[in-house]
Design a protein around this ligand. Structure first.
Ligand SMILES: *Cc1c(COP(=O)(O)O)cnc(C)c1O
Length: 378
């Protein structure tokens, strides 16, 4: 099986590779990979592509990881015209390096670009940027357990101009950061604070785009969550469930039905989409529709709703043990791993990602080998 995109398209851009003359030593890198944490350390290289209104996409490079020099008037610093993506490179037992459904990330980057009036990066160029960076930094992809190399593509308005309009000069980058296992001492269910004073997005806004501004809007409510003794914040829109600051939400009913909010102001997660597809293939009913907070309250009280979980690339699945609101609290029983639909789906998905079971969907995409103009699906 192969990804349903024209991988045979020859990328119009060739990446010029400049090796880092002073990369981290093997010993330094080994020390970082032994305990990488998340988002703390970065590899020796980065990918960069420039865009201008006149010249389109040009100057594609892999170069040493370094500070970016920006004019203080660069539009992104003033008006937040920025988008990003997040995906992981996984090392399989045979040493090969793969990523998961990168076509979906590339298409989502294009949708985000349209909403933020940024230029769309062609899909083959997006995939090439990942491949070229991971080939330069292959030694940074950790081995074993649930470790990975987190890839962070991002794009922003680089034009020095304080007038308010879409920038005519844009930079695209990919940086990479080794990531340790999210759950070290077994699964830690999270507690969630229900934000009723703040929203992360509104109808017709940028909620469905992966843009920094949505995260900026979530930081104050996130602080409120911490002050309430909770780990994460859940947002509502018109009394309906939306999502967490950076993860989607799924409820599981007693009869095995999975219910997830449908809304024009949430970010469509690739993790959620994949988990729900696996669930449907197992015979679970899946409902994508408006879900009110009342439905969750009543369902939890009656025993109709038995599990809730958050999902996204970083943690894959986070079971939710408690939802705390101003005037009520929902407690969900913490199911043992072999009784939890959430954890069972998590296992199947990570088994696919790490190559422990067969990838029957054509979701894996090889990053470290294969000619550039050939499908590299397994
Ligand atoms: C990235 C993101 C998600 C999760 O998306 P995945 O593709 O599953 O990683 C969910 N919500 C928001 C707001 C996000 O930015």
């Amino acid at each position: 099986m192969s990804l349903s995109l024209p991988l045979t398209d020859i990328s119009p851009l060739q990446f010029a590779v400049t090796q880092n003359p002073s990369p981290k030593s093997d010993a330094e890198r080994a020390e970082i990979l032994a305990n990488p944490g998340f988002g703390l350390h970065f590899t020796d290289h980065m990918a960069q592509i420039h865009w201008s209104e006149r010249g389109g996409w040009h100057r594609a490079t892999i170069e040493p990881y370094a500070k970016i020099s920006l004019d203080p008037a660069a539009a992104v610093l003033h008006y937040g015209q920025e988008i990003f993506e997040g995906l992981k490179a996984y090392r399989h037992a045979d040493g090969s390096i793969w990523t998961f459904r990168p076509d979906q990330n590339g298409l989502r980057l294009q949708r985000s670009a349209r909403r933020l009036a940024l230029p769309e990066l062609p899909l083959p160029v997006f995939l090439d940027s990942l491949k070229n960076l991971v080939r330069a930094d292959a030694a940074w992809v950790p081995e074993g357990g649930e470790t990975s190399l987190y890839l962070r593509p991002f794009m922003f308005a680089a034009e020095a101009f304080l007038g308010v309009r879409a920038a005519r000069k844009v930079y695209y980058f990919v940086i990479a950061s080794p990531a340790g296992a999210y759950f070290t001492g077994g699964v830690q269910p999270v507690s969630i604070w229900l934000s009723t004073d703040y929203a992360r997005a509104g109808h017709g806004g940028t909620g469905a785009a992966k843009t920094g501004g949505n995260y900026a809007a979530s930081l104050l409510p996130q602080q409120e969550a911490y002050a309430q003794g909770c780990d994460q914040v859940l947002f509502l829109q018109d009394g309906n469930l939306e999502e967490l600051g950076g993860m989607n939400l799924v409820l599981v009913k007693k009869d095995g039905t999975l219910v997830t909010p449908a809304s024009d102001s949430i970010l469509e997660g690739i993790t959620r989409d994949s988990l729900l597809q696996l669930a449907e293939e197992r015979g679970h009913a899946v409902e994508r529709r408006a879900v009110s907070i009342e439905e969750w309250r009543e369902g939890a009280a009656s025993g109709e709703i038995v599990e809730a979980f958050a999902c996204g690339t970083a943690a894959v699945v986070n079971p939710i043990a408690r939802l705390k609101a101003k005037d009520f609290t929902i407690e969900l029983p913490v199911l043992p791993e072999d009784k939890s639909v959430a954890m069972s789906l998590r296992k199947e998905l990570t088994d696919i990602q790490y190559g422990r079971i067969e990838d029957t969907h054509g979701w894996l995409y090889r990053l470290d080998a294969g000619s550039d103009d050939e499908s590299s699906a397994k």
